[in-house]
Write a protein that binds this ligand. Structure first.
Ligand code: FPP
Length: 231
């Protein structure tokens, strides 16, 4: 049974396996990303149902620029189509949208569509969905240190670093899930994940659904979080 009293505040999701899902079916890789968007929708609705407050999806990493132009453009097109139009999924489902990462290398119209949805959803007070876009944990730290230098702080402490990271508006992730059976962090929220519980289900991201999320949450609820102490 899922206990509603021990739901993680913030979950992070490394959506892996889109390419393999498509290749297994003899389809181009971008078909996997397209199906992956449906899995994002299912997961968002399930997060709302289970009372999760923040869900961060790793949608495009600082390393993903190494992929083919075709694949990168395919991901941009998906995002663009998804966010375009006044009445998109986030607006309809009262989901507050935010992002972490650096948007400037993305096409201007994509940046505009994203900012427009962020603006339209900013007053919703339920689930916050965060898209990690051109995001890297190391890059986040480097940008934070440079901002600290610019602000001429004399001494840094752990809390200060947290406050200078892109994620400063939300709690650290309690639980990070990576699908497809790969067991790596791949430069996700490195500093913020110091005490996150991790889980690596075998399912490819395009197949992920509410049942999978429920199973992940049950596993989280069995964990004994000690933060280095003894319980
Ligand atoms: C990882 O699978 C997936 C990605 C790098 C891209 C994920 C992006 C989306 C699902 C699109 C986001 C769109 C919206 C609307 C938020 P992989 O390609 O690395 O899979 P593989 O390891 O099997 O090759």
């Amino acid at each position: 049974m899922l206990s509603f009293s021990k739901i993680p505040n913030h979950i992070g999701i490394i959506m892996d396996g889109n390419g393999r899902w498509a290749t297994k079916r003899g389809l181009p890789r971008n078909f996997g990303h397209k199906e992956g968007v449906k899995a994002i929708e299912r997961t968002i609705l399930a997060c709302q149902k289970f009372g999760i407050k923040y869900c961060t999806f790793f949608a495009f990493s600082t390393e993903n620029w190494k992929r083919s132009k075709e694949e990168i453009n395919g991901i941009f097109n998906l995002l663009r189509d998804y966010l375009a139009g006044g009445d998109n999924f986030f607006v309809k489902n009262k989901v507050k949208l935010k992002y972490i990462g650096v948007l400037s290398p993305f096409p201007q119209d994509l940046q505009d569509a994203l900012k427009d949805t962020i603006d339209k959803t900013k007053d919703f007070d339920g689930l916050v969905v965060v898209l990690a876009l051109n995001y890297g944990g190391r890059d986040d730290l480097v940008r934070a240190y440079n901002k600290l230098l610019k602000d001429k702080v004399e001494k840094v402490d752990e809390k200060m670093i947290l406050n200078y990271l892109d994620t400063s508006f939300m709690p650290e992730p309690d639980f990070v899930i990576r699908t497809s059976g790969e067991e790596r962090i791949s430069n996700f929220m490195l500093y913020q994940m110091a005490y996150s519980e991790l889980y690596f289900p075998k399912v490819y991201w395009p197949d992920f659904n509410e049942k999978h999320l429920k199973k992940c949450l049950k596993i989280y609820q069995k964990r004994n979080r000690r933060y280095g102490g003894i319980k």
